[in-house]
Design a binder for this molecule. Structure first.
Ligand code: LAN
Length: 726
């Protein structure tokens, strides 16, 4: 039962939804209109699972498992049963952030493309079901306190989608928004979305000058040296704000204007509120430097800039957008930038523009339906990442060689093969070599990620090394791994910044001092790439595994591993922990670090770093035998425990301890018992708590983790201690 069911919010007929996937991993929901279509095209079991349908049939498994390995097998059988056979992936609602859907809605409203009724209903349901239980607002992410940004944009979405002003959900949210000072306190992106929708004035939004893109590349702070996401957002955002693009004002927008502010719209001095950000939202305040630069830019834009300069620079931005879309098959790197880009295309090309149409169509692939409704996800999925883990962990757990999992592994293996980049980006798009690398989601999305490449390399080699898979060895030409290794090695930071580490998409290309002009207000550390210990750990895993398989560039790899290992050791904190940036938090990073160190034979008994890492984890074990860490850890950079243990985090801790050869079996066994206790009769694990995070402040779910890591933990335990009784 969802909250929306209790207050008469309409729901679609879930039995009419189909999830269409492609071999390259694209996912798109379709709603069948007629019963006859449903009969001809029945809903598959995976979709039934995803939608929590009562006619979902769980796979047949071992009843009352008696050993640890039987429990692992039951988990594995369940997970296998919900694989999408066509793509070999596990489609999931990769949700959490509450600021993605506004892009799709603004795009539709701006372009006057009507949103189908069934989509509207589910989009509304999701927002209603994620409203804060007490004050009815929304935050930056699903489990956040209510913020001005979250509450404003989600309120606006509900109103645009047709929820009346007097609806109790709207009344409650509006009250909270007014308590927060009204929409005037929105951060930069919020103000930008509102301006696009003509609910705000561009004069009240700090400048995002496209002049930056006309600078020569040698300038040390050139925007194409920024973090890929930040630059992808600021290119189209710069275009829209410099050209002051706004959609037509209509009666509905006029009504919304009168609802979201605490004063009448026409009486607001927007120019005076450029820097006003609601206190609850403010995570990264402006520096004085940024304030001065903004003031200068406003004067320049208002009084100095000739029109030809504006047009010239906006044309530069537009060209970069076209290149970005070409490199990503019109998906864009992620939904925020993609939505801004699509609006730019419409503005330039009109509704019949071919790029606009392609880009709009692909926006449908980031929308995903789940129990709570439909939302725009953080990316177009997590396909490659999940598949790489699945293959590896089934090998780690001694499951891959069992005939019953052969097909699932082959399916995923083929997906990874199809997902390796086989082209370079177009000239002039400021993108590095990508041939041979892997992305996080799909090949079409087009962006190399260091750890996704490393984990995929490892998964591919495991299959290629296994006699049980000799039937598929001919499908892959292993010299293609050389390209992957070339890219991975090129990603290591070996210049002035964070020697030996790996970042996410690229090497660090500009100084972190750029953070002084970070305009986002709600996120810190987004201006440039940073070193990440998890990315460094995975890279070590991939490289070290590769050396066991091939001699290609073995000397370079040896040096790279040495440098990366030094970085991992150096980044350990005094208490033995590592701070994790992409999962919650010290437990996640601890597991990765211990695994990487174990791969180069550093274990509990021969390494102080490993010993301290293990002791830290052990000191956090809860009374129930498991581990549980809260999102607060990521925010506060200090370990904050949850009251009860969580299966995924227990698995992370147990995996780390097992791989490090931690000597006290009892401690590990207690964790294993907790994982088994949390397993359902069907063999599955259910969602307990959000697993992932980004930019220190935004939570994001990884729904496949609840299978992948517990299965790995159970399997590794059996390998070390034998198949003990439960
Ligand atoms: C992701 C998701 C995956 C993640 C891992 C592979 C787990 C990580 O090890 C490296 C970084 C990466 C690829 C990553 C980077 C940032 C992303 C793309 C996300 C957390 C998903 C959504 C997020 C993106 C930045 C959201 C847009 C918001 C901004 C603040 C720009």
């Amino acid at each position: 039962m969802q909250y929306s069911d209790t207050i008469d919010i309409p729901k679609t007929d879930f039995s009419k939804w189909r999830l269409r996937t492609t071999e390259l991993g694209a996912q798109r929901w379709e709603y069948l209109q007629y019963d006859i279509e449903c009969v001809k095209d029945p809903q598959d079991n995976m979709t039934k699972y995803l939608l929590n349908q009562s006619d979902f049939t769980p796979p047949s498994i071992i009843e009352n498992p008696k050993t640890v390995f039987e429990a692992a097998k039951n988990g594995a059988s369940f997970f296998q049963a919900i694989q999408d056979e066509k793509s070999g992936t596990w489609p999931v609602q990769y949700k959490g952030p509450m600021f993605m859907t506004i892009g799709y809605i603004a795009c539709c409203y701006f372009t006057k493309i009507s949103i189908p009724d069934y989509e509207k209903k589910e989009l509304i349901r999701y927002i209603v079901n994620t409203a804060h239980p007490v004050d009815g607002g929304w935050g930056l992410h699903e489990i956040d306190k209510s913020t001005c940004f979250g509450t404003t944009i989600n309120y606006v979405i509900l109103r645009i989608l047709g929820l009346p002003k007097e609806h109790p959900v709207c009344t409650k949210a509006r009250k909270t928004l007014h308590k927060l000072g009204g929409a005037i306190g929105n951060p930069h992106w919020g103000k930008a979305w509102l301006s696009v929708l003509n609910l705000y004035k561009w004069e009240g939004v700090n400048p995002a000058p496209t002049e930056l893109f006309a600078l020569p590349y040698w300038v040390p702070i050139h925007p194409m040296k920024w973090w890929v996401h930040t630059r992808a957002i600021y290119i189209p955002l710069g275009y829209l704000s410099s050209a002051k693009v706004q959609c037509e004002l209509d009666p509905l927008l006029q009504e919304i204007r009168s609802e979201i502010f605490t004063k009448p719209f026409d009486s607001i001095e927007f120019t005076e509120n450029r820097n006003k950000v609601c206190g609850v939202d403010l995570y990264y305040p402006h520096t004085s430097l940024l304030n001065i630069l903004n003031k200068c830019m406003v004067i320049y834009e208002t009084y100095v800039r000739p029109n030809w300069v504006l047009n010239y620079c906006n044309q530069k931005a537009y060209d970069l957008i076209l290149k970005e879309l070409e490199n990503t098959e019109y998906l864009g790197i992620a939904p925020v930038s993609a939505a801004f880009e699509t609006i730019v295309l419409y503005h330039k090309q009109g509704k019949d523009g071919k790029d606009f149409k392609r880009s709009f169509e692909r926006m449908k692939e980031v929308m995903f339906l789940g129990k709570q409704g439909m939302t725009v996800m953080g990316t177009n999925g997590s396909q490659v990442w999940d598949c790489a883990f699945f293959i590896q962990y089934f090998f780690n757990a001694g499951l891959a060689e069992l005939p019953q999992y052969h097909n699932a592994i082959v399916n995923s293996f083929k997906f990874l093969i199809r997902s390796q980049f086989d082209t370079e980006c177009v000239q002039g798009s400021f993108r590095d070599k990508r041939l041979g690398a892997w992305p996080f989601s799909t090949k079409e999305q087009g962006y190399t990620v260091s750890d996704c490449t490393a984990e995929s390399i490892k998964a591919i080699i495991m299959v290629m090394n296994s006699k049980a898979y000799s039937d598929v060895h001919e499908l892959y030409d292993t010299t293609k791994l050389h390209n992957a290794i070339d890219v991975l090695l090129s990603l290591q930071n070996v210049g002035n910044f964070e020697f030996g580490s790996f970042s996410t998409y690229e090497r660090i290309k500009a100084t972190p001092l750029l953070e002084l002009i970070n305009p986002a207000e709600v996120f810190g550390n987004i201006m440039v790439e940073y070193p990440y210990v998890e990315c460094t750990d995975s890279s070590v895993l991939g490289l070290a595994y590769f050396t066991k398989y091939s001699n290609y560039r073995s000397d370079d790899i040896k040096i790279a591993i040495q440098r990366a290992t030094d970085y991992i050791k150096k980044s350990q904190q005094i208490d033995g922990s590592w701070y994790g940036c992409w999962g919650i938090c010290f437990t996640y990073a601890g597991m990765f670090a211990l695994e990487a160190l174990a791969d180069i034979n550093l274990k509990y008994n021969n390494s102080d770093v490993v010993k301290k890492g293990c002791d830290f984890l052990v000191s956090r074990q809860l009374d129930d035998g498991g581990w549980g860490e809260s999102m607060k850890s990521s925010e506060t950079h200090t370990y904050v425990t949850t009251c009860e243990s969580l299966a995924v985090q227990t698995a992370w801790a147990v995996i780390g301890l097992l791989l490090a050869n931690y000597p006290d079996k009892d401690i590990i066994r207690k964790g294993i018992d907790l994982i088994i206790k949390r397993q359902k009769e069907t063999g599955e694990w259910e969602f307990e708590n959000i697993e992932g995070v980004f930019n220190h402040s935004c939570a994001i779910e990884y729904p496949n983790y609840k299978f992948l890591f517990p299965i790995k933990a159970l399997g590794l335990y059996v390998k070390r201690y034998g198949n003990e009784k439960i």
